[in-house]
Design a protein around this ligand. Structure first.
Ligand SMILES: Cc1cc2nc3c(=O)[nH]c(=O)nc-3n(C[C@H](O)[C@H](O)[C@H](O)COP(=O)(O)O)c2cc1C
Length: 220
């Protein structure tokens, strides 16, 4: 198992390489990931911006097999419903790959060496869109930083939300107080395979000039 000092140099990788190759890596080895590595990832996660610099994030690092098992159960429950409802049909080749990987993760969730649950302190607003937008925005930049740090260190990680289908059950599993909401679950470990190229829509197809619908960059 690599220790932090064995992989720390990875953090000097060019940012563009990390961004272009970071992807959902769900097939993970059982080998442990040391606390120093996890804490460095979280340290970089907490460099992220947050509304009014509130930094209301909290992270639960799950290593306990019982807690992992409860999260695994929640994940499997949500996945079996999602899969049956056809959220990912498996008809398309690209989708089939994701289905297989998500299924693998569901089947092996308990074996993942460490699972990080990103949480936000403060009641979840259901009022004006500006409040709810910045509420979730208080967590996701940090989560993305975490994913990039993991990538640079050679760790596999995937952002998941299926284990959080019931905030009540997730909160009970993790012992979260009423005012701490779980936002994302990130299983973390050394990858079975390699990072691959990601499939994304071309930037010119999704970029509008001044007003929505003016796909000016597409025409160039
Ligand atoms: C908000 C959000 C929720 C997600 N939830 C899950 C999830 O519950 N389970 C899962 O396996 N992947 C989940 N993903 C990962 C996406 O499936 C993944 O980012 C997407 O398919 C692109 O994959 P790639 O980065 O490997 O190309 C989630 C991603 C985001 C941004």
């Amino acid at each position: 198992m690599p220790a932090f000092e064995d992989v720390a140099d990875g953090l000097t990788m060019p940012l563009v390489d990390a961004m272009e190759s970071q992807r959902a890596v769900r097939r993970l080895r059982k080998d442990p990931v040391d606390d120093e590595t996890v804490l460095r990832c979280l340290e970089l996660a907490t460099r992220a911006p947050s509304p009014s610099n509130s930094q209301s994030w909290e992270f639960v690092v799950v290593r306990d097999p019982d807690v992992k098992h409860q999260l695994a159960r929640l994940n499997r429950q949500a996945w079996s419903v999602y899969r049956r409802l056809g959220g990912l049909t498996g008809g398309v080749k690209e989708h089939q790959k994701i289905v297989d990987a998500v299924q693998w993760q569901a089947d092996h969730f308990e074996e993942v060496p460490v699972v990080i649950v990103a949480c936000l302190r403060g009641a979840r607003p259901w009022l004006p869109p500006v409040a709810s937008g910045s509420y979730y925005g208080g967590a996701y930049p940090a989560v993305q930083n975490l994913l990039l740090a993991a990538r640079a260190l050679g760790l596999g990680a995937a952002l998941t939300t299926l284990p959080l289908w019931s905030t009540l059950l997730a909160r009970r599993t993790l012992g979260l107080p009423w005012n701490v909401n779980p936002i994302a679950v990130i299983p973390l470990g050394w990858p079975e395979g390699k990072y691959g190229p990601t499939t994304r829509r071309p930037v010119r197809e999704v970029t509008h000039l001044d007003r929505f619908g003016n796909l000016a960059y597409l025409a160039e």
